[in-house]
Design a protein around this ligand. Structure first.
Ligand code: ADP
Ligand code: MG
Length: 461
């Protein structure tokens, strides 16, 4: 039996920083497993409440990893005698927070009547749609979801930083914003700062230009309780941004503020990141998101359909989920497209209709569209020659269309980057760069994105 606990501890140790492991998990005692309950004991009430509020899911997850069976951990206080004294004074945490943790009332802020979460969310750049409620949990994301929920419920003292990584369209931004929304819901006075790494860079550059660095520093270092940074991979290779972010990170971390970071890669796989930053990213907890499996894809479709008022049968959901498997954004997009098509044609999403539509979409995407064809259409649009796109010219009049053609080729054919590199007679890394750049432009709806949309609709005709 104790081997099980040893294995659970090892698993836990691999998932949290050594600091957190030493402070919380190392001192938990293991008693026994009876039916599906694991009895664990700790030294005092505070410890018990803390573990229960922050780490129960994580411990449960580790039991599951070890035993492949759902085991519910129950925390007992070892010596009831000691637990009578309130530990609040002896702990160096923010007292208000500790009190809140233990259910001691006295916080007036949470019930401020004028507080309007949606309004506040918008001001902060958070989408009110990206809540934990709207997030479907599956085996691909249950760990990162639990970690995010823990951070949202007690910022600063669970995992700091929380580093979330995973492929595109898998829900990183959604979770990051959910943490912000939940923290605000729990305590509207929390000073949440959500921004992309690009915005951080831009704001820093603007501050440098206008000689307002002290104000910039103050804004991030002194006025934030919860810093949510999206897509940290874009800091790669940017030396001065890294320098500034390093100091921001240290200042916040040292004053016990919570930092959550998302990335498309794990810290050690991030290119062009200084070692001292990469190692700090690993101080807390690193959690990844994998692509969802079939059941989760079906559940996500059902949830989205309900939210959008689309009637979707199980059969149809399964058909879509088995056709679109790469990422959630695409899954969502397909459902919305199908819903729009169906309503245009005044039909319901029947199995036949969806089968046909999907076949058409696939037909266009896989068979008809080739890189050659895309290059031709883009060249036409910009009144240049296809040979220019494949050539070496670097003027903007040529490089822009080239990047658009690369972006659309990656999006619409299923070619790999090396294949695309050959088609464009360029190194595959320039296709990656172009794809990232254009994706961002499209995501932000910048001016160019309407040109891209026009070209795309020509291609899809
Ligand atoms: P990423 O930031 O990882 O590229 P996003 O967070 O932008 O991905 O997610 C893409 C879309 O998919 C969003 O609309 C998001 O709401 C949705 N999504 C992703 N994962 C889930 C999930 N587990 N449950 C519900 N919706 C999800
Ligand atoms: Mg994102």
């Amino acid at each position: 039996m104790t081997e099980v606990w040893t294995a659970v501890l090892e698993d836990l140790a691999s998932k949290v920083s050594s600091h957190i492991f030493e402070s919380w998990f190392k001192n938990i005692g293991f008693d026994r497993i009876e039916s599906d309950v694991a009895y664990l004991y700790v030294g005092d009430d505070f410890f018990k409440v803390w573990i229960e509020n922050n780490y129960l899911d994580l411990i449960e997850h580790s039991f599951f990893s070890v035993l492949s069976e759902p085991i519910r951990p129950t925390i007992l206080v070892q010596d009831a005698h000691e637990s009578v004294e309130s530990p609040v004074q002896s702990i160096t945490f923010n007292e208000q927070q500790s009190a809140a943790k233990q259910g001691i009332s006295g916080r007036k802020v949470a019930t401020l009547p004028e507080f309007d979460l949606n309004k506040k969310a918008k001001e902060l750049g958070l989408s009110p749609r990206y809540t934990f409620d709207e997030f479907v949990v599956g085996s691909n994301n249950e760990f990162v979801h639990a970690a995010s929920a823990a951070v949202a419920s007690s910022p600063t003292r669970t995992y700091n930083p929380l580093f979330i990584f995973g492929g595109t369209g898998l829900g990183k931004t959604h979770l990051l914003q959910a943490i912000g929304l939940e923290a605000l819901k729990r305590d509207p006075t929390t000073r949440v700062c959500y921004l992309s790494t690009e915005e951080f860079t831009n704001q820093m550059i603007a501050a440098l230009r206008s000689r307002e660095m002290p104000a910039f520093r103050k804004r991030f270092r002194d006025n934030v309780d919860l810093l949510l940074i999206d897509d940290i991979q874009f800091i790669g290779g940017k030396v001065s941004t890294q320098e500034e972010f390093f100091h921001t990170f240290n200042a916040l971390y040292n004053s016990g503020k919570q930092i959550v970071i998302t990335s498309d890669k794990s810290p050690r796989d991030l290119p062009g990141i200084e070692e001292r930053l990469a190692s700090r990213f690993a101080w807390g907890l690193i959690a990844d998101i994998q692509p969802p499996r079939m059941e989760t894809r079906v559940a996500i479709l059902e949830k989205k359909a309900e939210a959008d008022g689309i009637r979707l049968s199980k059969d149809v959901a399964m058909l879509i989920a088995s056709t679109v498997s790469s990422n959630v954004r695409e899954l969502e997009g397909t459902l919305i497209r199908l819903g729009a098509q169906a309503s245009l044609m005044g039909t319901l999403l029947t199995l036949d209709f969806v089968k046909n539509s999907l076949a058409q979409m696939n037909l266009q995407r896989v068979k008809v569209l080739t890189t050659q064809h895309i290059i031709k259409i883009v060249a036409n649009y910009y009144d240049i020659k296809p040979a220019d796109i494949r050539g070496a010219g670097r003027t903007r009049a040529i490089s822009r269309p080239r990047q658009i053609a690369m972006y659309l080729s990656r999006k619409l054919t299923r070619s790999s980057y090396p294949e695309l590199g050959r088609d464009f007679k360029k190194d595959h890394s320039s296709v990656i760069t172009a794809f990232k750049k254009m994706s961002k432009i499209v995501a932000k709806g910048e001016e160019l994105s309407s040109d891209i949309a026009k070209i795309e609709s020509t291609l899809m005709r």
